[in-house]
Write a protein that binds this ligand. Structure first.
Ligand code: FAD
Ligand code: PYC
Length: 414
């Protein structure tokens, strides 16, 4: 893989950009791999990357039914933060946030990590108490957050209406090193690095069945034919239940649509990320100037990558209460993704009842921020059979009642 650098740009400028190579290869599948990962979203690609990088396991295929990054990874509002409540969550989300700090250098690919700061607004007394509790927990976990008052919120976000008609801003949970990154670039950067290690990323290759013998996985049947493997990672977000059914077990998970929209581009007006969880909206401004807006999940299970219409109206109406200026903006595009939600709003990173099959899912409305940390831990789980980062997130917790309740930190209305 040729390194991207200022020197490379200058060199290619002089030879009419004829020397750039494909970012990743487009191979046909081999008959067998040591590890197959199903799903070329951020989590699947990061898992493959750290398998190679940390454990030298490179006979790996990542199978993707569509195009890589075309699932939730390329559809989210890119918010990165680690202000969760419980210790196992703080560990994996903060590991992830810290990996984001260096990810562009690590992958030699600009993922445009922008630690511009994230505020979760407190607009009810209940939220004030919840976020104060989180700030105290984060202090013990060495996650840098603080509870700030309304004056400081106004200073950070001049366009906000602190005295909103229904829900005045009472303060907020502020994480100064939270922020955003370019979602496609995260997938593309990991894909390029995986391909450079010799891994095969195979797009338009849908897994249709999972084969096993004597309780152990032996391979998958795909739209490009059968492929054998010793180990299988299922990393398919909203389709996790479908793949689990192929393997013969059930997951405590629901799939629903979550949607987002962007406005026309405007001049810079807000240089932090704001989540207003009581009124069900969150907003940041993209580098192009568009206001990036998201709302709550659909109230019923579905597999549409669109979301229900009334949500657009509700999200915009809610945000206008807190940001009156957006009432004058035209909205340009809207889309949805299928998110995989567990009862305790925490992910599942786990072995499964089938030997050799591992599952990484349940990131729900909040897994973009977790991509590097999840890949780091999941690779260790597959390579070594256990990982301190993933231990608490095993499937057993649902049987044993060890829930990791993150319904406040999840932030998005479910
Ligand atoms: P995906 O990116 O969905 O990848 C799974 C892949 O599996 C897909 O590409 C799919 O095509 C493939 N697949 C499925 N079935 C098969 C099969 N049978 N064979 C082969 N391939 C298959 N998180 C945040 O942290 N911050 C946010 O601001 C944020 N905002 C969001 C806003 C929206 C509108 C949405 C929808 C989500 C948001 N999220 C956010 C959540 C985040 O996007 C997801 O948690 C994360 O992207 C999940 O990544 P993934 O790799 O697990 O899944
Ligand atoms: O998890 O921070 C988050 C988030 C914001 C919008 C959707 N998810």
């Amino acid at each position: 893989m040729k390194r991207y650098s200022a020197f490379a740009i200058a060199r290619e400028a002089l030879r009419y950009h004829s020397g750039w190579e494909r970012a990743w290869r487009a191979p046909e599948p081999k008959a067998k791999y040591d590890v197959i990962i199903v799903g070329a979203g951020g989590h699947g690609l990061a898992t493959a990357y750290y398998l190679g990088k940390r454990f030298g396991i490179t006979n790996v295929a990542v199978l993707e039914k569509g195009w890589l990054g075309g699932g939730n990874t390329g559809r989210n509002t890119t918010i990165i933060r680690s202000n969760y409540l419980q210790d196992p969550s703080a560990a994996i989300y903060e590991k992830s946030r810290s990996l984001y700090e260096e990810l562009s250098q690590e992958l030699n690919y600009n993922v445009m990590f922008s630690p511009r700061g994230v505020i979760m607004l407190a607009q009810t007394q209940h939220e004030v108490r919840g976020y104060l509790r989180t700030a105290h927990a984060n202090a013990l976990q060495d996650v840098k957050t603080e509870f700030i008052g309304p004056a400081k919120v106004k200073e950070l976000v001049p366009i906000i209406d602190i005295d909103g008609p229904r829900y005045p801003v009472l303060g907020g949970l502020w994480q100064a090193r939270g922020g955003t990154a370019r979602h496609d670039a995260v997938a593309w950067g990991y894909a390029r690095a995986c391909s450079a290690m010799g891994m095969d990323i195979i797009q338009k290759c849908e897994v249709k069945a999972i084969r096993q013998q004597g309780g152990k996985v032996t391979g998958v049947d795909t739209t490009k034919g059968p492929i054998d493997c010793d180990q299988l990672g299922i990393v398919v977000a909203g389709h996790s239940g479908v793949l689990a059914e192929m393997a013969g077990f059930r997951l405590p998970i629901e799939s629903v649509a979550l949607q987002a929209l962007v406005s026309e581009p405007i001049k810079p007006c807000m240089d932090v990320v704001v989540m207003a969880n009581t009124v069900h909206g969150y907003m940041s401004q993209s580098d192009k100037g568009e206001m990036v807006i998201g709302g709550g999940t659909d109230g019923y299970n579905n597999y549409t990558q669109r979301g229900s219409f009334h949500h657009i109206e509700e999200t915009v109406r809610a945000l206008i209460e807190t940001f009156p200026m957006i009432s004058r903006l035209k909205m340009l595009r809207q889309w949805g993704g299928i998110v995989d939600i567990t009862g305790d709003r925490s992910p599942i990173l786990s072995k499964t009842p089938v030997e050799g099959i591992f599952i990484n899912c349940g990131w729900g409305t909040g897994g973009f921020k977790a991509i590097p940390g999840s890949g780091w831990g999941m690779a260790e789980l597959i390579a070594k059979g256990h990982s301190p980062l993933t231990e608490a997130f095993s499937l057993d917790r649902f049987r044993e009642g060890r829930f990791i309740d993150e319904s406040v930190a999840a932030g998005v209305a479910h």
